[in-house]
Ligand binder design. Sequence first.
Ligand SMILES: N[C@@H](CCC(=O)N[C@@H](CS)C(=O)NCC(=O)O)C(=O)O
Length: 343
Amino acid sequence: MAQNDRLSLAGAPGSPYTRKMIAALRYRHIPYSVFWGSGNIPEGYPEPKVRLLPTFFFPDGEDGALVPVTDSTPIIRRLEAEHAGRALIPDDPALKFLNDLIEDYGDEWLTKAMFHFRWAHEADWKNAGPLLIYWGMNTAPAQMANQFAADITKRQIDRLYVVGSNEVTASIIEVSFERLIGILDTLIQRRGFVLGARPSSADFAIYGQLTQLAIVDPTSADLVNRLSPRVRAWVDLLEDLSGLQPKPDDWFTADEAREALAPLLEEIGRTYAPAMLANAKALQAGEDTFTTQICGEVWTQPSFKYQGKCLGWLREDYAALSGNVRGAVDAMLAGSGCAPLFD
Ligand SMILES: N[C@@H](CCC(=O)N[C@@H](CS)C(=O)NCC(=O)O)C(=O)O
């Protein structure tokens, strides 16, 4: 049943978090077996409680029985502890904190762009519907696949509001995505990755979303191609970094980080920060939806418990910073719009 020498997971090529994790496993030289689609999990594997992709199967049960585990961010940290070398999390505490923040921006904000671009424009949903079916059921007869594609397309379009995408916010999402591509173009040009000359979990979070935005979905893929062939090429490189030989001094120094990351932190402060803050406030007040201003427009969406948890983890990280480090981090966050997250 289980291939115990390998870490197994169920995922999908169209799932940004699956792509984040597979690329991270390759870079880290951690052997894995991936099952494409929750419908293709082999017999004998436990059924996940929530069918989130990716689902990992860790030998956490009695006598090493497999247990389904989800959520890429904590899984990356667990794998850091279980496998030595080729770390994705910098040792330097200030850089580590920035990595956690940028990773969460990739996972929790950039994913809005991913979902929006895929389902808001006709050319994109016509493209994505059948892919979603064939990624999980590649031998399905075309007629059946087309019917399933139509069903899932309708369901996803009806769920656009869940990530905050609507006619008012469409331009906020699209313009912020264009800004991000410009910022990444300049950042990557420095030393190849978000935090220096070696990849961090923040790179893989952004990469995961871009496997879709820059390649699969035609409207956003055209944008990326046009705005930055460098970023488009970066996505291909991140897929397999098994040959990169990272060195301890490949991370940015404090001075480099301060200068290099300022535009990205400002972008995070413009979009992710107000959304995460308003979400946390609504959750605290027991409200089902939150409304805030992002880039001068009204942003309304259902409040989201998991993102409340993410902000809680970041605040714990921040609280654990020692005085000196906190001072350095505060100096970087000042004026970026991110500081209120940690007030
Ligand atoms: N926080 C999770 C997010 C995973 C996630 O949202 N997966 C999506 C696919 S990319 C999913 O399985 N969605 C199914 C659903 O929401 O029903 C992680 O980091 O892995």
